[in-house]
Design a protein around this ligand. Sequence first.
Ligand code: ASP
Length: 325
Amino acid sequence: MSSLGLSSLAFPAFSPPAEKPVVISTWDSGMEVNAEAWKILSTNGTALDAVEAGARYIETLNDCCVGLKGYPDRDGIVTLDACIMDQHSNCGAVAGLEKIKHAISVARKVMQSTPHVLLVGAGAQQFAVENGFPLESGELSEDAKRAYATWLKSSRYEPVINIENKKQNGPFAPSFFEDGALNHDTMGLIALDSSNNLSGGVTTSGMAFKLHGRVGDSPVIGAGLFVDNEVGAATSSGLGEEVIRICGTHLVVEFMRQGNSPEMACKKAIQRIVSRDRQKAKTLQVGFLAINKKGQVGAYAIQEGFVYSIKNGTQNEVVKAKFLI
Ligand code: ASP
């Protein structure tokens, strides 16, 4: 989805321990997102401001799977999910948000101005408008119109997520995948700032052509994102239902608390998904990305294809995650 071609980037076999401050984010599009976050981190800004800035940046791009230019649900409506969490375990989230550009900032507003964690649908939109977020038109981007028209030809509904390294036949017309298009590409990012504080944010339009009202893992604290400032933080991408079933990112952080490295913690969470149903796991993708308080970073996915981006004082690159199957 990114303007940065994967093939033009170097993939180191392993990632050395990160320095602080550092920002990590899902996918190769994370390179651009990290650059935005870095403007704040490199001038002693907070991790919270950095993750919000990175997420806001990608929310304005023409992207299959983030922001109002993302692909719609099966009824042709773009609905956004986002969450944010800081070093004090404060968190806020929105789900099924329509016609508001910066879901991540609405999530932050929920965190900072309400006693709640999660607002959904019409209530989330009402809250956003009352707090000064402009109501946008809701018209699909040209890209999204094309992808939706292709999907409508078969329009079989089944929550299958594309696996980056495979051509798939599934609920989406095969040509959808043959075009190299994606149906998921959530942006999850985590920063560790120069004051040694962690924060994370996630923003997405969710799985393309989802059932209207479906909410994935992305806005669910403990599933799409979890931050524990004493231990570390984690985020996820892939088939959200599988992540929710195991409280994925909370599990990753708990594995780090037990002394596992970020990579091993992600691997164990992936194993948990795969061990539930290995056959099913072969047909889907989930990737976890984690950082601990030392600034060490790791990731793991079910299948080949999950990549993440890292930026600190010396590193600025895309890294391939290891995979189980
Ligand atoms: N996890 C997202 C969802 O299930 C999609 C993705 O991240 O790839 O909506």
